[in-house]
Design a protein around this ligand. Sequence first.
Ligand code: CTP
Length: 397
Amino acid sequence: MLSGKRILLIIAGGIAAYKAIELIRRLRERGAAVRCILTKAGAEFVTPLSLSAVSGDKVYGELFSLTDEAEMGHIQLSRDADLLVVVPATADILARMAAGLANDLATTALLATDKPVLVAPAMNVRMWLHPATQRNIQQLQSDGVRFVGPAEGDMACGEYGPGRMSEPAEILGAIEGFFTAGSNGLRALVTSGPTHEAIDPVRFIANRSSGKQGHAIAAAFAARGFATTLVSGPTHEPRPQGVKFVGVESARDMLAACEAALPVDVVVCAAAVADWRVAVEANQKLKKEKGKPLPVLTLAENPDILATIAGLKRGRPRLVVGFAAETERVVEHARAKLARKGCDWIVANDVSPGTGTFGGTNNTVHLISADRTEAWPQATKEQVGQRLVARIVEALA
Ligand code: CTP
């Protein structure tokens, strides 16, 4: 898959630098050529000798090295690559990149390049959350730098939170995704999150959906090279990269945004759309007044986005996938939903209390089509997204 691709890997100074070795190995297994630049701080964590042994190439380190410049000028080094990858991307190197500094070979190569850059951040959680780092990340994102991670988890420093570098397999996935991006010529639409149905200007009906699963699916589509539109209700999830994001509030807005995103090859409706809205939204805030009867909310049914798209006579996506959030008899209910909604597949998840699915990081699902039921092992929502998209890629092939 990566055969003939040339990766310039920049290894900066963080404890996660050791993961670069594994990454290089996997890249080379897939046919990529890897050349390394090791920063001075990086060399405190991993040796040039080990990098050279796994990459099968010379390791570059000094900006003003006569021999290096004679063999391969620092400009040439970055021009020669198809993709630059910074692993681990420390707070320091991200700051230098954001500022456009060129005070060592790594940052000089990053500044001199006209090639795409992917970074895998790794740092202490406080450093990651610091406004300066967040500012730099925003700057780099608007400069077109791509990010993979960081993940959330236990850190070498004993703290817990975001800042852990993504595992080599995930970085590899991002690299592969980069090389296939846009190349598959397919379009995907994903709905995510809850909807908010206004009662009056300050109140609304909502539900506990976090948007995690839908956002993860959109990210997985983008990574596999789909032109992806994510239509989402209000969530706290970060917007996945490489995705066209359309933020909406109500079910009716969501339907309109989905219709505007058509035609697509595949749609995945992961949103927890409110089934009902109040029939008449009050223009002014409802007031409580002594002696007056309590307000009565009359509900009206919302449009069913999944059923609407599945029922399209013209321009129906080739594959229409819904979700079924069930608390009992999961497969049986989901199978009935498949028929009722007219979709091709249903991803059924058990949201009964105690499973922690709603708002949690993990999901246990069944993939159900007209003729089969597959039980998937419990996995993170990212993994479920990747697996689902892998199955969709097969089905559309
Ligand atoms: N869905 C939708 N529009 C709606 C309601 C649901 O697109 N107005 C989609 C969801 O995104 C999901 C699927 O339909 O893909 C199933 O939604 P769910 O709420 O689980 O099922 P319901 O249709 O509401 O049925 P029930 O309440 O009986 O479980």
